[in-house]
Write a protein that binds this ligand. Structure first.
Ligand code: RAM
Length: 359
């Protein structure tokens, strides 16, 4: 996708948004980048980024490694968090467990603290389970920024991908349009403890009140694991043979659900929507199983989280509402209510536009 197109579609919105309030394979490091070299002591640079500190040790800790959504959000090649950190002269490293569970993620957070992190950028698998570790980090003066999935009481800032309410309500609206506002529907979520999915599902339930003929019969959890997501979707279809629609607010879940429906007798009977990446969903937009779905640009989310973390760690902003900073190519952002920063509105992909996107 060309840069100009990307910017036009994801122009940053500076909006006040209500923050979404709502295992042991150890951590495995995966690559690091940055031009900071040894970063034991960060310094106040005076380069292009004003007086932001350079040489900060920043650890990006997604829900899990191996999830293409987070790879896009975090990596240098996609222009995600590590690209921003490289530009700013920080040292960065992406680390987590392989399962999207707190027992997999927490050791990675602990290891980052031990290694002398100056800032952590975390997508929370489970806010309650992560909080003691994140609070310990904050007590040591480490900047804690959540992105993607929040831990509202134990971080300095939350970088929110899109309005929580808008995501939840618009997914119900998208499905209602496809199934003529009538019939049994189900949700294929990620982990039962995930802050982001639970907040979106809360708004879906509210929005469903506007569609009295649509009945939510079940919510199942695929844990952002392709095999589990496939199995729970198969189980749903067996239990509810009259199902008309599935909403899956997770990139792993929506792909599994679309694959299961496409290769079964339910193709043409069950419509899938939710949050997906365009590359993984092109086939299912084309075959009509998932005519429309949503997302934001994950690379921009990571990039913005990196700028937020460095600005906070450099004491250029606090968590107070109204503080603003410039996030490189994305422009100016303002801290909103709940100490959250909003990337922009969700974007709907469908057959008219999906071929323009490659991530
Ligand atoms: C999955 C993860 C992530 C979520 C996206 C939409 O990759 O659950 O947290 O934001 O889907």
């Amino acid at each position: 996708m060309r840069r100009s197109m990307k910017r036009a579609l994801w122009a940053p919105a500076v909006v006040l948004v209500a923050s979404a309030t709502l295992a042991a394979c150890g951590s495995s490091g995966s690559g690091s980048s940055g031009s900071g070299g040894s970063s034991a002591s960060a310094s106040s640079g005076s380069g292009a980024s004003g007086s932001l500190k350079t040489g900060l040790k920043v650890f990006i800790i997604p829900k899990n490694l191996g999830n293409p959504y987070f790879t896009t959000a975090d990596s240098v090649n996609s222009g995600g968090a590590m690209a921003a950190l490289q530009t700013l002269g920080e040292t960065s490293s992406e680390t987590s467990g392989t399962a999207a569970t707190p027992s997999s993620q927490i050791p990675a957070i602990q290891a980052a603290i031990t290694k002398g992190a100056n800032a952590l950028i975390v997508s929370a698998t489970d806010p309650a389970a992560l909080c003691p570790t994140l609070k310990a980090a904050m007590t040591k003066g480490i900047t804690v920024v959540t992105y993607d999935s929040d831990a509202p009481t134990c971080r300095n800032l939350f970088v929110n991908q899109a309005s929580t309410a808008q995501i939840g309500t618009s997914e119900v609206d998208l499905l209602a349009k496809e199934i003529h506002s009538s019939g049994q529907i189900a949700i294929v979520s990620a982990a039962a403890s995930a802050t982001n999915q639970n907040a979106w599902i809360g708004y879906m339930k509210q929005q469903l009140k506007k569609y009295p003929k649509m009945k939510l019969v079940s919510t199942v959890y695929g844990n952002d694991d392709p095999t589990t997501a496939t199995q729970v979707t198969q189980g749903l279809l067996q239990h509810y043979p009259n199902l008309k629609g599935i909403i899956s607010p997770t990139t792993v879940g929506i792909l599994a659900a679309a694959q299961v429906v496409s290769s079964s007798k339910y193709k043409g009977k069950v419509i899938v929507t939710g949050l997906g990446t365009p590359d993984s969903m092109k086939k299912y937009v084309a075959n009509g199983v998932a005519p429309a779905f949503e997302l934001w640009n994950p690379a921009d989310l990571g990039y913005l989280a990196a700028y937020a973390a460095v600005n906070y760690a450099s004491k250029k902003i606090t968590n107070a509402s109204g503080q603003s900073f410039t996030a490189g190519k994305l422009g100016k952002f303002t801290v909103g209510s709940g100490s959250s920063i909003l990337l922009g509105p969700p974007f709907v992909f469908n057959k008219a536009n999906i071929s323009k996107f490659n991530f």
